[in-house]
Design a protein around this ligand. Structure first.
Ligand code: SF4
Length: 457
């Protein structure tokens, strides 16, 4: 285990931007390549339906403020989405240039170019009405869904308070996205723009049943943007050792702490995008070897293929059909992780065995463990097998229907089974992209505004 003392300059050096910002001539050249398609498939592919040809045309015309306002009109977190969106499978993946076997327009980098200029110049959001309107909404959680909901309602003149249990707003944007994609400071800078609209924030608020009852009394509606809870447990012996750090805690740790521990030989368990973020971070923080263990093969992994390729290029190794069954420790250290093969081709189709499998479902009895186990030497283990729903909290929202850990809503409005509650983001979809949460928050805000208008007529 090595201890990394990390001044901010070192973090910048170890985590340079994945997609560096355009300079002015490059942005102009790229913007002028756009065909400004009438039926823009890039816009259709964006969950928030940003008018892509319009914002790009404004860049080409030198109107960066107009470009940013076009983006913000559809997506209030246009700055963070320009960095974290999987554009290859969304807007850029739909660009017509693919039909001609040409490079698609770099929409994400152009969006970042416009948004960075707007925020650098302390651009302010425009209110859609100058009048204060009757209606109070509480947003629980300060992640992308709640921020989007709060901003739209505030722009329409309603009162909004966001309640957050952590010390800072932004949810995973601030605490859980790899530093080479989005820095915490950039997430917070964007949220300042929303705060400046007059959205009120209360931090350090754990919402108990009693507090929830109070919020119901004090507000016309409640929006649940609570996201997901803690990461799934591996449920194998040795998991409670301090050198076993789940991926979200690991990412939050290196983003927010100035001293952190990184193994020399790190094993990451799981093959989603968070696992890849953690594995790449471990490499950049000095780990000599990083292996990702996954119980199936690469065709089944949840990570995007471009994330997988980038991780391989950075030296992360992948071991397919591999499931851990115990972690070997001695004193304050980890020595190895014991695994079994799950490869059906090798006659192990019924494995894995023991504890929870990677979908969080109960596996077979550990006593039935295969004799064909093998050990991988390591001194740090990072589980990354998905997050649990916040069931305990959701149970306190009596009348809100939850099925399979997901809040059930009307798809057109985000309205839950409880007339006073709306919901969106990860607590509804089980964990998708930031841009999906932003779209959910805005959808609910528009519906809430209609409800509030009707109530106040
Ligand atoms: Fe421009 Fe491509 Fe969108 Fe057409 S599809 S408007 S070329 S970014």
């Amino acid at each position: 285990m090595t201890e990394a003392h990390r001044p901010d300059s070192e973090l910048l050096a170890r985590f340079p931007d994945l997609h560096p910002a355009f300079d002015h001539p490059s942005a102009l050249t790229e913007a002028n390549r756009c065909l400004y398609c009438f039926d823009a498939p890039c816009t259709a592919a964006c969950p928030t339906h940003i008018d892509v040809p319009r914002f790009i045309k404004k860049i080409a015309q030198g109107n960066l403020r107009g470009s940013a306002l076009t983006i913000l009109d559809a997506n209030i977190l246009g700055a963070s989405c320009s960095r974290v969106c999987p554009v290859d499978v969304l807007c850029e993946g739909a660009c017509v240039y693919h039909r001609y076997n040409k490079q698609p327009i770099e929409i994400g980098r152009l969006q970042r170019y416009a948004m960075d200029a707007f925020l650098r110049n302390r651009g302010a959001l425009e209110r859609k009405t100058s009048a204060a309107r009757a209606g109070k909404v509480a947003c629980i959680g300060a992640g992308p869904a709640s921020l989007s909901c709060a901003a739209e309602l505030r722009q329409q003149g309603f009162s909004v308070t966001v309640f957050e249990r952590k010390a800072l707003p932004g949810g995973l944007n601030t605490y859980g996205v790899a530093e080479y994609k989005l820095r915490s400071a950039d997430s917070l800078r964007e949220i300042e723009m929303i705060r400046a609209l007059g959205v009120e924030f209360r931090f350090g608020e754990e919402i108990s049943a009693a507090r929830l009852a109070q919020l119901e009394n004090d507000h016309d509606f409640i929006f649940l943007g609570v996201g997901l809870g803690t990461m799934h447990k591996l449920s194998i012996p040795g998991e409670e050792h301090p050198a076993v750090v789940n991926a979200l805690d690991f990412i939050e740790g290196y983003k927010t702490n100035t001293v952190l521990l990184v193994g020399r030989r790190v094993v990451v368990i799981g093959a989603g995008n968070t696992a890849i973020d953690a594995a790449r971070a471990a490499r950049r923080l000095g780990a000599e070897s990083v292996q990702i263990l996954y119980r199936r093969d690469h065709q089944h992994m949840a990570a995007f293929s471009f994330e997988y390729e980038q991780a391989r290029e950075e030296g992360v190794e992948f071991r397919w059909w591999t499931q851990p069954v115990s972690i070997h420790t001695y004193g304050t250290a980890i020595s190895a992780i014991e695994c079994v093969s799950t490869n059906p081709a090798a006659g192990n189709a019924n494995l894995p065995i023991g504890g929870l499998d990677f979908a969080g479902q109960q596996g077979a009895d550990p006593s039935a463990r295969s004799s064909h186990s093998f050990r991988i030497l390591c001194d740090m283990v990072i589980p990354a097998i998905g997050q649990s729903p916040l069931l305990a909290f959701l149970e306190t929202c009596r009348g809100v229907k939850v099925e399979h850990g997901r809040v059930q809503i009307d798809r057109a409005t985000g309205h839950t089974a409880h007339p006073k509650y709306f919901a969106g983001g990860d607590c509804v979809n089980g964990g998708r992209e930031v841009v999906d949460a932003v779209a959910d928050g805005k959808r609910s805000a528009l519906a809430l505004a209609r409800f509030l208008e009707t109530a106040n007529v």
